[in-house]
Design a protein around this ligand. Sequence first.
Ligand code: PRP
Ligand code: URA
Length: 208
Amino acid sequence: MSLYILDHPLLLHKLSIIRDRNTSVKEFREIVSEIAMLMCYEATRDLAVEDVDIETPVANATVKRLAGKKLAIVPILRAGLGMVDGMLNLIPSAKVGHIGLYRDPETLEPVEYFCKLPADIAERLVIVIDPMLATGGSAAAALRFLKERGCVNIKLMVIIAAPEGVVRIQAEHPDVDIYAAALDEKLNSHGYIVPGLGDAGDRIFGTK
Ligand code: PRP
Ligand code: URA
């Protein structure tokens, strides 16, 4: 598996805004969506294409189009929802599955409360999205659910990763590539990423 840090200047700039505690909910939500779109562009760089014959207004041409079934996007609820629109801006025909997990604040273990996936998800490239990879418990559980349903081609896209989460995904899901806009320093004693951006779900939905 590989860890790709997508440190494009536009991503760095947008990340600096969502890290700022003074950024409003409106702006936070908009920028999370923009970051997801930019990251999606990079994370789909290796999609397969195939030749297709078409006619332009001038001549016949053989052009490239995406090959095979389109991909599936799977946000981890809640915070992953904030990244869906940005991804769909680039891949409007993607299917969207949902996995609902919350992290128990005491044990930091993920608790599942919802799972609804496209019927043919096993045949698709799946991109799991969540703004934060902290202990890695939520993402590891989501990847496990997907594999139990037959998925074999999965990527994980997060905005900020902690080293602890990366190590856990590497250990439990060595076949899954991770895409992140930043690899932060560490987790604090409450399992928050340092410096991070706080609670991504609360900041996207304005619940605190
Ligand atoms: C956050 C975040 C991840 C998880 C990361 O969700 O969006 O899903 O924590 O932490 P982990 O890597 O230690 O599992 P949270 O549990 O706060 O739920 P929410 O999205 O509903 O706010
Ligand atoms: N979940 C968040 O939303 N933020 C963190 O820093 C860690 C987990």
